[in-house]
Ligand binder design. Structure first.
Ligand code: FMN
Ligand code: EPS
Length: 385
C-alpha cells in the first residue's frame, strides 16, 4: 500500500516525510521534487516567510542512482527560518525566555488545541497545525506524480476564485490551463480576473485583512475503475475528499458540478453515455467530475477546493486572554494575506498520492515493470468490451 507520514514543526529544524509502497524501478529526480516545492511557495499574497525559505529536498533513503528501490523513501526539507528560532524551538533545551502565546486566533488551531492538550502556550499547538507541513505533502506528491507520469496520467490546478472575484475559464485556451507557467502569479489562467484578484489581495493586506478562495484540480487519462463501490472507505471520491479537506483551511471539496447539482433536474445532472469503436465509452459532459459509484469512469477527474480566509489578521479579531480571561485582541503574528495559489499545488499533491494508492491497489506490482504489464492487460481488456 502507498502511504506517507510527515513530521516537523513550522519553525523547527525541518520537515520529514516518509513515503512507502512506491514500486521499485521508478526514476525520481530530486530536481523535479524541488520544482514542485518552488511552485508551492509562489503566489501573490504570501507573507515574509516565503522570502526566507527556498525549499529543496534531501532524499536519504529508498533510492539508488535516482531510481526507487521499493523501500520507504525518506525525504527532508530544511526550515531556513529555524536559525531565528533556535531557542524557542529547541527540541531539547529547557532554556526559553519566550512569552507564551495566550490570545488565540479565531479560525486557527490555537484554542481547541490549548483546551485539548492543556498546554500553557499555544505555540505548542500552532507549530504543528501550521501549513508549513504542506511542503512535506508536496514532496510526497512529487514522487507520486513521477509514478503517474509513467502511466501518462497528467494533473494541473488553477485558482478559480479569490474573495468575490471568480475566474471565467470558458474563453481560456485549454493549453493555457495545462501550461502552469503561463498562468499569472495568482495561478489563474483568466488574465482579467487575475488582475482583479491581485488588487483585491493588495487591498485586503492594506486593511490588515485576509482572503480565501477556490482552486480546481484536473487529472486526465485516469484509467476507469480506480476506487471501489464495495465499501464506504474504498470509494475514490471519499478518499480524495478526505485528503483534500485535511489541507489546512480547506473547508469544502466538490466533484464536477458539485453543489450546483442541488438545483438541477436529473436530465441536466448526469453525463449521458455514448460509444464509438475508436474511443470506446465516452461522455459529452462531465458533471460527475470523472467519478461514479466511487470509481473513476475514465473521464477527467475534476475536483475543486474552497479555502477559507487566513485566520491570522494584522487587524486582529476579538479574542480572550487564556490566562486572565479578559477580552483581548487575537495575537497578530507574521502571516500570509492569501495562500489560495499555494493550495492548488498542495491539492495536486493530495490528489496524486490518493490516485497512486488506488492505481497500485488495482494493478499491484512491486516493480514498475510488473505494474505496467498489469495496466496494459487491463487496458486491452476494456478496449474490447
Ligand atoms: C499554504 C497555506 C498557507 C497558510 N498560511 C497561513 C498563515 O500565514 N497564517 C494563518 O493564520 N493561517 C495560514 N494558513 C491556514 C492555517 O494553517 C489553518 O487555518 C489552521 O491550521 C487551522 O486549520 P483549519 O483552517 O483547517 O481549521 C495557511 C494554510 C495554507 C494551506
Ligand atoms: C511556512 C509556511 O506557511 C506558513 C503557514 C502558517 C500557518 O499558520 O498555517 C503561518 C505562516 O508561518 P510564519 O508564521 O512562519 O510566517 C506561513 O508562512 C509555508 O507554507 O511554507
Amino acid at each position: 500500500m502507498i502511504r506517507f507520514t510527515t513530521a516537523g514543526e513550522s519553525h523547527g529544524e525541518g520537515l520529514l516525510v516518509i513515503i512507502e509502497g512506491i514500486p521499485a524501478g521508478l526514476t525520481i529526480n530530486s530536481e523535479d521534487i524541488d520544482i514542485e516545492l518552488a511552485r508551492r511557495q509562489k503566489g501573490y499574497g504570501r507573507g515574509q516567510r516565503m522570502c526566507i525559505e527556498t525549499d529543496t529536498v534531501k532524499i536519504f533513503s529508498g533510492m539508488r542512482h535516482a531510481v526507487s528501490l521499493g523501500s520507504p523513501i525518506a525525504m527532508y526539507i530544511a526550515n531556513k527560518d529555524f536559525k531565528n528560532w533556535t531557542k524557542t524551538m529547541s527540541p531539547t533545551s529547557v532554556d526559553s525566555e519566550e512569552m507564551p502565546l495566550l490570545k488565540p486566533r479565531p479560525g486557527h488551531a490555537d484554542l481547541p488545541g490549548f483546551m485539548k492538550y492543556g498546554v500553557n502556550d499555544f505555540r505548542d499547538i500552532l507549530e504543528r497545525a501550521s501549513a508549513r507541513e504542506t511542503a512535506a505533502r508536496v514532496a510526497a506528491g512529487a514522487v507520486c506524480k513521477a509514478l503517474l507520469k509513467e502511466f501518462e496520467i497528467s494533473i494541473v490546478s488553477y485558482t478559480s476564485q479569490i474573495g468575490d472575484v471568480a475566474a471565467d475559464i470558458s474563453s481560456v485556451e485549454e493549453d493555457k490551463i495545462w501550461h502552469d507557467t503561463e498562468m499569472s502569479y495568482v495561478r489563474c489562467p483568466d488574465a482579467k480576473a487575475s488582475e482583479k484578484m491581485v488588487q483585491l489581495i493588495k487591498k485586503a493586506g492594506e486593511k490588515g485583512d485576509t482572503l480565501g478562495g477556490k482552486v480546481v484540480v484536473v487529472i486526465k487519462n485516469v484509467p476507469p475503475g480506480l476506487g471501489s463501490h464495495t465499501q464506504w472507505d474504498l470509494k475514490l471520491d471519499g478518499r480524495l475528499a478526505q485528503s483534500l479537506i485535511s489541507i489546512q483551511a480547506v473547508k469544502a471539496v466538490e466533484f464536477g458540478a458539485g453543489t450546483k447539482l442541488a438545483s438541477l433536474f436529473g436530465s441536466l445532472s448526469h453525463d449521458e453515455i455514448f460509444y464509438d469503436v475508436t474511443r470506446g465509452f465516452y461522455r459529452n459532459t462531465n458533471r460527475a467530475g470523472g467519478i461514479e459509484g466511487g470509481m473513476s469512469n475514465g473521464e477527467p477527474i475534476v475536483v475543486s477546493c474552497t479555502m477559507k480566509a487566513i485566520p491570522s489578521l494584522a487587524n486582529p479579531l476579538h479574542s480572550v486572554n487564556l490566562a486572565t480571561k479578559e477580552t483581548a485582541e487575537a495575537e497578530a503574528v507574521r502571516s500570509d494575506v492569501c495562500a489560495v495559489p499555494a493550495v492548488g499545488v498542495v491539492a495536486e499533491a493530495a490528489v496524486v498520492v490518493e490516485l497512486a494508492k488506488a492505481l497500485k491497489e488495482k494493478f499491484g506490482g512491486d516493480s514498475l515493470k510488473d505494474m505496467k504489464k498489469n495496466v496494459n492487460i487491463y487496458k486491452e481488456r476494456i478496449k474490447v468490451l
